[in-house]
Design a protein around this ligand. Sequence first.
Ligand code: G3P
Length: 221
Amino acid sequence: MIYLADTANCDQIRDLIKYYPIEGVTTNPSLLAHEGIPLSKAIPAILDCIGDKMIHIQTISENAEDILREAKIYREVFGLKSNFYAKIPVTREGYRAISLVKDSGINVTATAIFTQQQAMMAANAGADFVAPYVNRLDNIVSHGIEVVSDIVKGIKMYGLKTRVLAASFKNVDQVYRVSLTGCHSVTLSHEVFLALMSHPMTDRGVQDFERDGSQIYDIKI
Ligand code: G3P
């Protein structure tokens, strides 16, 4: 399973990259709005931090032709290559856009997915990634992990190349349980990333090692 950062905050991205080899960054209009920086400035700043790692940028147009135009404009304006994924919400027009954008040579991440069938249909339409929202499902007394698990099974069963990019996590347990489904990738907030990387028993163990080592580690380093 690979790990991406779900944030448009460059300080957070830099902090994560310093400590962990993330595979890329996913953004959406809400994450970008939260930073209060216009898209034209936010994406180049993120690219400065991540180089040629994956960047997923969501389209906001309604109809398929406009979504295609929008994705092409982002590719050109930001000078993007094969690391660019146009994130397309799975509306009716979104499904139509997935094949159009794929045919134009741009990678596609189908997003805002809440059911196994939305994911299967997006995969059949040609999406490279499908992004189910785990915590948002859990919040409506549904089961995010089960939906991810059903999607992973469906993709394997039908031999599709699409990868599952599970999104919308609020805690470590959701990520752990998603990883047991065979999910290909997750995109996580800075907060969930840090929670995954730390454990009080690890800190306690390291403190003990430092105390004991200081007595007998006598080689100058
Ligand atoms: O990538 C989609 C994700 O950002 C949604 O997360 O936390 O807004 O449910 P959240």
